[in-house]
Design a protein around this ligand. Structure first.
Ligand code: AMP
Length: 224
């Protein structure tokens, strides 16, 4: 049986749960998770002029250039693991990126199915981001208050004992990221609304509750 393709944009403020929900959806739908933040963090680790300049921007919560991101995503979509579809997490983040995405998909003769906005108020965002950390080995996400490992200091998923926090998860950078979100990313939401692609979910509940709402929108609620 041929698998149905699914191409989704997950959008929302930093810390709204895009990454967590994208990972869950990837497992349910067997499609690719493309996080531009993760791609940029990997690039920023490199000891190259680009890596160094990216690190500076990311640490301050500044956006990478539209040209660079658009090229990166366009190439990535062509890879084999995206043939069943993809979840774009953190892209598009500006209006030019949204317009470019529409153009790129048209050229590739593929269609976006849904743009899902996860809505969470700023006070909750700040608490979520400042408390979050992840396993250094497998990347499993945790939170100081809300999602602790079952055994203190040991990752539930891989048994790793080292944990890391993102360099941009500090109060000042989060404030900058929220301002950037309101000024530069928010206009993309009305753009997708006009295209009839936008669906909104309340992301203030548990991870499972939000995942169930997203699964329902994309028609995967009965799949385990
Ligand atoms: P994220 O992991 O989605 O929170 O992204 C982390 C950081 O990477 C953001 O604060 C931006 O500085 C940068 N970034 C991620 N995606 C994009 C994008 N589509 N355009 C520009 N900058 C981005």
């Amino acid at each position: 049986m041929q698998q149905k393709t699914l191409r989704i944009v997950l959008t929302g403020a930093p810390g709204c749960g895009k990454g967590t929900q994208a990972r869950l959806l990837r497992e349910k739908a067997d499609i690719c998770h493309l996080s531009t933040g993760e791609m940029l963090r990997a690039e920023a680790l490199k000891d190259t002029p680009l890596g160094k300049s990216l690190k500076k921007s990311l640490d301050k919560g500044e956006f990478a250039t539209d040209e660079m991101i658009i090229e990166m995503v366009s190439k990535r979509i062509d890879e084999k693991d995206c043939r069943n579809g993809f979840i774009l997490d953190g892209f598009p983040r500006t209006l030019p990126q949204a317009e470019a995405l529409e153009k790129i998909l048209k050229q590739k003769n593929i269609k976006l199915d849904y743009v899902i906005e996860i809505q969470v108020p700023d006070e909750i965002i700040m608490e979520r981001i400042l408390g979050r950390y992840s396993c250094a080995k497998c990347g499993e996400g945790y939170h100081d208050k809300n999602i602790k490992p079952k055994i203190y200091g040991v990752c539930d998923k891989c048994g790793g004992t080292e944990f890391v926090k993102r360099a941009d998860d500090n109060r000042q950078t989060v404030k900058n990221r929220l301002v950037n979100y309101r000024q530069r990313t928010y206009p993309t939401i009305s753009y997708f609304e006009k295209l009839g692609l936008l669906r909104c979910v309340d992301g203030t509940g548990s991870i499972e509750a939000t995942a169930a709402k997203i699964a329902k929108i994309v028609g995967l609620e009965s799949k385990k």
